[in-house]
Design a protein around this ligand. Structure first.
Ligand code: HEM
Length: 346
C-alpha cells in the first residue's frame, strides 16, 4: 500500500504552526536537558559508589535533587507533548499505536523510576538497597529513552508503517533501522556530558577538585559525542545526508555551527573554565535542537509538510491559553526560587 494513504488526515490547527513548533522545541529542550541531568548524575554516582562515609555525606544533597528533577523533567515534557500533538499528532498517534505494547509500559516504568529515585535518596548511606534502586532508575530511563527514540523516529518514517500488516500486536520497533542505535547512544552520551556539567556546577563553590572532575567528564563525553554524532550522520539515508552537506544551506550552517560550538565547549572545559563551557554548551544545544527538527522535516519529505495544515484561527482561545501559560511559567519559577532558597538555608 502507498505510504501516503496510510497517513491519517490532520486536524485544522488554531494558530500558525510556527508558534506551536517553537513552543514544542523550546519545551523539548528544557525536558531533555533535565532528563539528561538525571541520567548523567545517576551514572556518575553509580560509577563512583563506594562504602566510605565521606562519599555519602558529600553526595547526599546532590542525590536529593534527583527526584525533584524528575518531577520537573516530566512537567516540562507535558507541554512538549501537547504542542507535538497539535502539529504532528496524526503521525505521532500512529507510531504510538504501532509500538503500543512497549509504549504503554512507559507509564509503570516511569512510576518505578520516580519511586526508586526517592527510595535511593532516603536510603543513601543507610541501606545497601540504595545502590540497587539507583540501578533501577538508570535501567528504567534506558528503557523509556529507547522507546522515545523509536517512537519519534517511526513517526518520521511513514514508510515503515506497512509493518502493521504483518504485525498487529503493537510490538513494532525499528530494530532494522541503523540510525536508531546512534540516536539512542547520542542521548546516553549527552546525559554523561550534561551530568558532568551539573556535577561541576553543583560543587563549584565547595570543591575545586570536583569542579574540575565534572568538567573532565563533560569534555571526554563530548569528544565521544562528536564521534557518535558522525556515526548518526553516516547512518542517515544519502539524500538526507546531502542536505546537511551543502544542499540545504540553512541545515548545513546549523549543523556546522553546532559541531563548532561543541568543539569550543570541549576546549574551555579542558581548560577548567566552567562559565565559558556552559555558554558554548547552551549554544550547541540550541543548534542541535534545530538540527533535529531539520532532520524531521527531511525524513518526512513529501509525506507531510506543515504547510499542508489548515488553520482555523481561534485567537480568543489562544489568548486564554497564553495568559494561563505565562501564569504557569511564573508559578514554576516561583516554586524553583523557594526550593533553591530552602536548600541554601539547610
Ligand atoms: C524518564 C523519563 C523520560 C525519558 C528518559 C525521556 C527521554 C526522551 C528522549 C531520549 C527523547 C528524544 C527521542 C528522539 O527524538 O530520539 C524524548 C522526547 C520526548 N519526550 Fe521524553 N522522556 C521521558 C519522559 C517523558 C514523558 C513522561 C513525556 C510526556 C509527558 C515525554 C515527552 C516527550 C516528548 C513529547 C518528546 C518529543 C519532543 C519533540 O520531538 O519535540 N517524555 N524523551
Amino acid at each position: 500500500m502507498n505510504q501516503i494513504h496510510l497517513i491519517p488526515q490532520s486536524e485544522p490547527i488554531p494558530a500558525p504552526s510556527e508558534i506551536f513548533i517553537f513552543l514544542e522545541q523550546l519545551f523539548f529542550l528544557i525536558h531533555i536537558v533535565i532528563i539528561n541531568s538525571i541520567l548523567g548524575v545517576s551514572l556518575i554516582i553509580f560509577y563512583k559508589w563506594n562504602k566510605n562515609q565521606d562519599f555519602f555525606d558529600i553526595n547526599k544533597p546532590l542525590v536529593k535533587k534527583i527526584p525533584i528533577l524528575f518531577a520537573l523533567g516530566i512537567n516540562m515534557a507535558i507541554p512538549a507533548l501537547l504542542f507535538l500533538q497539535v502539529v504532528f499528532g496524526h503521525l505521532f498517534y500512529t507510531s504510538s499505536i504501532l509500538m503500543g505494547t512497549f509504549w504503554i509500559l512507559i507509564i509503570p516504568f516511569l512510576i518505578i523510576a520516580y519511586y526508586s529515585s526517592y527510595f535511593h535518596y532516603k536510603k543513601f548511606g543507610v541501606s545497601n538497597y540504595a545502590k540497587l534502586s539507583l540501578f533501577l532508575v538508570i535501567l528504567m530511563i534506558f528503557y523509556i529513552a529507547f522507546m522515545f527514540v523509536n517512537n519519534l523516529s517511526m513517526m518520521e518514517m511513514p514508510e515503515k508503517w506497512t509493518s502493521y500488516f504483518s504485525n498487529r500486536k503493537g510490538t513494532i520497533l525499528l530494530w532494522s533501522v541503523s540510525s536508531i542505535y546512534p540516536r539512542f547512544s547520542h542521548f546516553i552520551v549527552a546525559s554523561l556530558a550534561i551530568g558532568g556539567i551539573v556535577y561541576s556546577l553543583y560543587f563549584r563553590k565547595s570543591s575545586e577538585e570536583k569542579l574540575k572532575e565534572g568538567l573532565k567528564i563533560f569534555a571526554y563525553a563530548t569528544i565521544i559525542q562528536i564521534a557518535t554524532g558522525f556515526w548518526f550522520f553516516l547512518t542517515l539515508p544519502e539524500n538526507i545526508m546531502k542536505k546537511f552537506m551543502g544542499e540545504d544551506l540553512f541545515a548545513t550552517s546549523v549543523f556546522l555551527f553546532g559541531v563548532l560550538t561543541a568543539f569550543i565547549s570541549v576546549f574551555f572545559s579542558l581548560k577548567g573554565k566552567l562559565k565559558l563551557s556552559l555558554i558554548f554548551l547552551i549554544l550547541t544545544l540550541v543548534f542541535m535542537i534545530i538540527n533535529r527538527y531539520n532532520l524531521r522535516v527531511f525524513h518526512l519529505g513529501e509525506s507531510f509538510n506543515v504547510s499542508q495544515l489548515k488553520i482555523l484561527p481561534q485567537w480568543d482561545v489562544f489568548a486564554v491559553f497564553l495568559v494561563i501559560f505565562i501564569l504557569g511559567v511564573f508559578v514554576i519559577l516561583y516554586m524553583l526560587k523557594i526550593s533553591v532558597l530552602k536548600s541554601k538555608r539547610g
